[in-house]
Design a protein. Structure first.
Length: 499
C-alpha cells in the first residue's frame, strides 16, 4: 500500500515549508520526518530561485538544529556466481534449475517477482492469450551479467524485454507459434555500498524515491512483456575475468535516469536497446542531480571506485546546475575534474550537452532555456580534448523538425485519464515519455557513430543510423506498458516537481 505523508517543517533559507514523501509497505513513519528534513535541506540548498541573479537574499537565520540521520540498513549481498546458471521452465534438468508456478524469488534463490507469475506448462513460461508482463529476479552481487533467453511459446509472440527499472534490452522480438528465438543481452547490477580506493567503505546517499528501487537491490530483475510473452530457458553468466567487457557509466539527472514509473522515461534507460552484447550500460543518473550533488552524494565516488581501463563515462548535467546560485564556476570545475579523474583510471570520458526543453518561439524555433551551460560543456570538451556528443544541438534540430504539436508527443504532456495512472493533467516541458526518450537515445547512438568511437562496433546494425532532422513518426511508435508496483497518481511522483 502506498501512502502520501505530508510533513510540515521549516527549511532554513527556503520559503517552502512542506514536503510529501511516498511510502511503500510498512516503512516507519517515525523515520520520515528525519528523511524529509534531510531531503529538503539538500534539495532546497541546491535549488534557489530559478534566476539566481535576481533571487532575494534571505535574512540571517539561527543555526540549523542537529538532527539524527535515519539508520542505514546494509545491503545483504548474495554469493557470487562462479559459472553460468540456466533456469528451465518446468522441472529441473541436467545443469538447469527448475522454474515452477510457485517458484518465488527469495534472498538466495531465483524466482518470480513483483507479484506476477506466468503459467508454466510444456516447458514454457508464458502469459499466453494476454499482454500481462511477468518478472523473474535472480539474487546476485553487483557487477555485469550476460542473459541468454530462448523466447517463444505455443502462440505467435511479440516480446519486449526490460531489465531492472525498465531498462529497454530487447524490443518487439517476434516469434512464430511453436518456434524459438534465442537472444542475448548484458545487464549491470549495483548496490549503494562500495569500497573506496583507500579500502574504506563508502555508500551512495539515496533519495527517498530510490529506496527499494530495482536499480539498487542485490538482484537482477528481467521483465517479459508484449503480446503473448513467453520463454523456455534463461541463462545468466557473470562477465568477469576473460569475460569482462567495457562498461558505459552514465552520470546525469532525471532526463537520463532509469525512470521506474510509466509514462516517464529517459534516454539513459532506452540506450541499452541500441547495443549488442559486448558492452554494458550502467546508468547511475538520478532525478534532481546537479554536478555538485552528484559529487556530494557519493555517486561519482562509486563510479570512480570501479571504473577500469576500456570503460566509458558519459556525463550530462545542466538542468539542475542552472538553478544553483553562481553554479557555473563550480560546474566547470567539477566537470573538468570528472574528466581528469576518469582519464586517470584509464577510462574514456564523453561529455554530453543537455537536451533542450519543450519551449518554442513564435516562429517555431526552440528557445534556449539552459543559459550558457551547453556552450560551457562544449568549451570544457575542447579545452580537455574530450569527445563530445552535442545532444543539445541534435535535440534542437529534432524538436523543430517535429514542430510544436509533434514535440508535445515526446514530452510528459498528458490529459487526465489518457494514460494509466495519469489522474491529473500534466504538461511537463523537461521530462520525456517513452517516445521522446527513445528518439533521444537514437541521437546518442548517432553521436557515437559520428565520432567513430570504438564502442560504435557494438551498436545494433539492424537499427538504421538516426537523422535528427527526420525523427520517427509518433503514430508508428509503441512500447508495451509496464504496470507500476502500486497504484499512484503518476503525475505526482518526485520527477514531476523537478522542472
Amino acid at each position: 500500500m502506498t501512502r502520501s505523508t505530508t510533513i510540515s517543517l521549516k527549511c532554513y533559507d527556503s520559503p517552502i515549508e512542506t514536503i510529501s514523501i511516498y511510502t511503500k509497505g510498512n516503512r516507519m513513519r517515525s523515520q520520515l520526518a528525519v528523511l524529509a528534513f534531510a531531503l529538503a535541506a539538500t534539495a532546497y540548498a541546491q535549488t534557489p530561485a530559478a534566476d539566481p541573479a535576481t533571487a532575494p537574499v534571505a535574512p540571517p537565520r539561527a543555526a540549523r538544529p542537529v538532527m539524527a540521520t535515519p539508520p542505514i540498513v546494509p545491503t545483504v549481498v548474495p554469493p557470487a556466481l562462479t559459472h553460468p546458471v540456466m533456469y528451465n521452465c518446468g522441472g529441473a534438468k541436467k545443469n538447469a534449475e527448475a522454474l515452477l508456478p510457485n517458484t518465488l524469488v527469495s534472498a538466495t534463490s531465483a524466482g518470480w517477482d513483483l507479484k506476477a507469475a506466468p503459467t508454466v506448462a510444456n516447458g514454457i513460461c508464458s502469459t499466453t492469450g494476454s499482454s500481462q508482463p511477468f518478472f523473474l529476479s535472480i539474487p546476485v552481487p553487483p557487477g555485469n551479467y550476460r542473459i541468454t533467453v530462448a523466447l517463444g511459446g505455443k502462440q505467435a509472440s511479440t516480446i519486449t524485454v526490460r531489465a531492472e527499472a525498465r531498462r529497454l534490452m530487447l524490443e518487439k522480438i517476434t516469434t512464430a507459434a511453436g518456434k524459438t528465438v534465442t537472444k542475448t543481452f548484458d545487464v549491470n547490477v549495483r548496490i549503494p555500498e562500495f569500497t573506496k580506493p583507500d579500502g574504506t567503505q563508502g555508500r551512495v546517499r539515496l533519495k527517498a524515491r530510490e529506496i527499494g528501487n530495482l536499480d539498487w537491490d542485490p538482484k537482477l530483475t528481467v521483465e517479459f512483456n508484449g503480446v503473448n510473452p513467453a520463454f523456455h530457458t534463461l541463462t545468466i553468466e557473470p562477465l568477469v575475468g576473460d569475460k569482462a567487457e567495457p562498461t558505459l557509466y552514465l552520470a546525469g539527472d532525471s532526463t537520463m535516469v532509469d525512470q521506474d514509473v510509466e509514462p516517464w522515461a529517459s534516454w539513459g534507460q532506452q540506450l541499452p536497446r541500441f547495443f549488442l552484447p559486448g558492452v554494458v550500460v550502467a546508468n547511475h543518473a538520478e532525478s534532481g542531480e546537479s554536478a555538485i550533488s552528484f559529487l556530494g552524494e557519493q555517486r561519482f565516488a562509486e563510479i570512480i571506485s570501479i571504473i577500469k581501463p576500456g570503460d566509458y563515462f558519459f556525463v550530462q548535467f545542466a538542468h539542475n546546475d542552472q538553478k544553483v546560485a553562481n553554479g557555473m564556476p563550480r560546474y566547470i570545475q567539477i566537470m573538468t575534474d570528472f574528466v581528469t579523474q576518469v582519464r586517470a583510471k584509464g577510462a574514456t570520458p564523453i561529455i554530453v550537452t543537455a537536451q533542450n526543453r519543450d519551449s518554442f518561439d513564435a516562429d517555431g524555433h526552440i528557445n534556449d532555456t539552459l543559459g550558457g551551460y551547453p556552450q560551457a560543456s562544449r568549451k570544457i570538451a575542447a579545452d580537455t580534448n574530450t569527445a563530445l556528443i552535442d545532444l543539445n544541438a541534435m535535440s534542437k534540430i529534432m524538436f523543430e523538425a517535429m514542430g510544436v504539436e509533434g514535440a508535445n508527443h515526446a514530452f510528459m504532456k498528458f490529459k487526465a485519464g489518457s494514460y494509466p495512472g495519469v489522474a491529473h493533467d500534466i504538461s511537463d516541458t523537461t521530462h520525456f515519455n517513452n517516445f521522446g526518450a527513445y528518439e533521444l537515445a537514437q541521437c546518442i547512438a548517432h553521436g557515437i557513430r559520428m565520432d567513430n568511437m570504438p564502442i560504435a562496433k557494438f551498436l545494433d546494425p539492424s537499427v538504421r543510423d538516426f537523422d535528427p532532422a527526420h525523427p520517427d513518426v509518433f503514430a508508428d511508435f509503441h512500447l508495451p506498458y509496464t504496470p507500476p508496483q502500486q497504484q499512484e497518481d503518476v503525475t505526482q511522483i518526485p520527477q514531476a516537481n523537478l522542472k
